[in-house]
Design a protein around this ligand. Structure first.
Ligand SMILES: Cc1cc2nc3c(=O)[nH]c(=O)nc-3n(C[C@H](O)[C@H](O)[C@H](O)COP(=O)(O)O)c2cc1C
Length: 176
């Protein structure tokens, strides 16, 4: 798949096959791509926790508050992205420029994870709705959880949807 094909094929998977486990080699490929994602001042200000088995179930439950994200109950793997420390230059740059580089970096690493998962034939959904303190307890984390990504094989009937996006003209302005 070229990059455009990856972008077209990636979609938020909200229906996982509960009977299909994910091979460790595939998880490793995803994490190796995540590891080389770019970040401000190469700070990589995040930690990635891979949850499987009972831990994945517990994290999934912690994404289901107020009836949200029920589909995570069938995801065999849950990836938790929590805050890590900035390097000094990124911390100073972020303060001076009033720009939250850490959130940007976490978004980029999440994009790498979902793109590589697509290449590996796996479905993902980035989740911003979760109980931070519950997940910190489950994963023994001392910093805030910023995103969770469900990972697994999409159910056979989970077809590729048309992308609903702003039009090119609405989204993009070119200035010369
Ligand atoms: C930061 C972020 C948080 C999100 N949180 C959730 C979530 O909690 N539950 C969910 O079902 N989808 C969540 N999504 C998925 C978006 O709804 C989805 O990416 C968007 O509607 C576009 O659809 P697509 O991913 O299928 O192309 C989140 C996406 C992002 C980037």
């Amino acid at each position: 798949m070229n990059f455009h094909e990856i972008a077209l094929n990636r979609q938020s998977c909200r229906s996982y096959d509960p009977d299909k486990a994910v091979d460790n080699e595939k998880i490793t490929s995803i994490l190796e791509s995540a590891r080389i994602a770019p970040s401000a001042c190469n700070s990589q200000p995040y930690n990635i926790t891979v949850c499987k088995g009972d831990k994945a179930k517990a994290v999934a439950k912690a994404t289901q508050g107020m009836g949200m994200n029920k589909f995570t109950e069938n995801a065999p793997v849950m990836i938790v992205i929590s805050e890590g420390a900035y390097v000094k230059s990124a911390a100073i740059g972020s303060k001076i420029k009033g720009n939250d580089y850490r959130s940007i970096d976490i978004g980029i690493v999440s994009a790498y994870i979902t793109a590589e998962a697509t290449v590996q034939g796996l479905g993902t959904c980035i989740l911003g709705w979760f109980d931070d303190s519950k997940i910190r307890n489950i994963c023994d984390l001392s910093t805030p959880v910023r995103l969770v990504i469900s990972l697994g094989y999409a159910s056979a009937d989970d077809n590729l949807r048309n992308k609903k996006r702003k039009s090119f003209d609405e989204l993009i302005k070119t200035v010369e």
